[in-house]
Design a protein around this ligand. Structure first.
Ligand SMILES: [Ca+2]
Length: 374
């Protein structure tokens, strides 16, 4: 674990926390932030500009709470320096300093302290390159909803420890605590401030909407393997207005679609079809070995000679295929077959007269109907 033990950085303002050396016998109770798949997608358009909105939620399925403590020396400093405070199983705490900043946001719809860059949203091309960036500025973390039951959570308190007003209407504060208790989550509805990406002038095609928590790895947690989830969309235009279809959902993956496991039986079925496609004839006795690293090698006979077929899944351009390399009679043929990704969902489109200019209080009002949220 990369925890520092900043004895010299103990802040006299906070007498609640006890600092102990990391080498002690106590075990840290780390949070585990889990990024859920983006949901409630919707397009808002005025005919010229188009925003793809979405809801997001992060749960804590760890052993201890995510506890973020911000502090500043005086009100002259516009930001608080944020530390992560980690509970330990003996009741003491560790502190990881400098994990980010808290900034007070004062607008029509926001009057509280935001932890910056907790969660990031991006729209990416199927090759992973960035198509549209994150527009979110910060998060007011809190225990806003109960996490779905996915197994024992010994650290789950009966009630959430953290509120969700984040120092509402209190710009004078010198310290601020935010966080997410074990077994609770922090959610944000679509089209709130920064809960969208800008589709304007984006070419038609397939894109992956990726939500990733703790993207910079500043927060200590049990694992980062569950920190990203994504949705594959298909973007088209009709009379200049986007038509977005949700093609696939990919929990716990930053890429979408994801190639599924290739069972031996399915590989054998694909191999028979592949041979028929390649040579317009059937191979007899065709059977496949157990796939290794996603590749199945299959063999049989055709017209009394050896026939082989290699099968694997492949993802290209936001589409899922199974591919083959078939060989018989001294000839080798390659091909790929598209896989239906299942039910597609049309993303609703809402029209509005116009978008207010960016950066104005009125613009924030359009996307942030709830004071005290976001
Ligand atoms: Ca995690």
């Amino acid at each position: 674990m990369r925890l520092a033990v900043p004895i010299a950085l103990v802040c006299a303002v906070f007498t609640l926390w006890v600092y102990v050396p990391a080498a002690g016998a106590a075990a840290p109770l780390l949070p585990d932030l889990t990024q859920e798949t983006p949901y409630d997608l919707g397009v808002v358009t005025d005919g010229k500009r188009h925003h793809l909105g979405f809801a997001s939620v992060v749960y804590n399925y760890g052993d201890g709470p995510l506890r973020i403590l911000g502090a500043r020396a005086s009100q002259d400093d516009p930001t608080m320096t944020a530390d992560q405070v980690i509970d330990q199983d003996d009741g003491t705490h560790l502190r990881k300093p400098g994990i980010g900043e808290l900034r007070y946001v004062d607008s029509i719809t926001h009057r509280h302290w935001h932890y910056l860059k907790f969660d990031t949203y991006s729209l990416r091309r199927p090759d992973g390159s960035l198509a549209r960036p994150d527009l979110k500025t910060g998060f007011c973390l809190g225990d806003r909803l109960t996490a779905p039951n996915r197994g024992p959570l010994p650290g789950r308190p009966p009630f959430g420890e953290f509120g969700s007003n984040c120092g509402y209407d209190s710009p004078e504060l010198l310290s601020m605590e935010e966080g997410i208790s074990v077994g609770f989550g922090d959610d944000y509805g679509p089209q709130l401030e920064g809960q969208f990406v800008d589709l304007t002038r984006l070419p038609a095609g397939r894109y992956v909407l990726v939500h990733r928590v703790n993207a910079d790895g500043a927060l200590e947690e049990k694992t980062v393997a569950n920190n990203a989830s994504s949705v594959l969309i298909d973007l088209r235009y009709r009379r200049g207005v986007p038509r977005v279809t949700q093609v696939a959902r990919c929990p716990l993956s930053a890429t979408c679609p994801v190639a599924p496991a290739l069972p031996r039986g399915r590989a054998t079925r694909f191999a028979r079809e592949a041979f028929a496609r390649a040579f317009r004839s059937s191979a007899s006795g065709l059977s496949c070995s157990e796939p290794v690293n996603g590749v199945a090698t299959c063999s049989g006979t055709a017209s009394g000679a050896a026939a082989t077929v290699e099968i694997r899944y492949a993802v290209a351009g936001g589409r899922l295929f199974w591919t083959y390399v078939a060989a018989a009679g001294g000839k080798t043929k390659r091909g790929r077959v598209g896989v239906n990704l299942g039910r597609k969902t049309s993303v609703p489109v809402e029209r509005q007269a116009s978008f207010p200019p960016r950066g104005t209080a009125r613009a924030r009002l359009a996307y942030c109907p709830l004071i005290g949220r976001g």
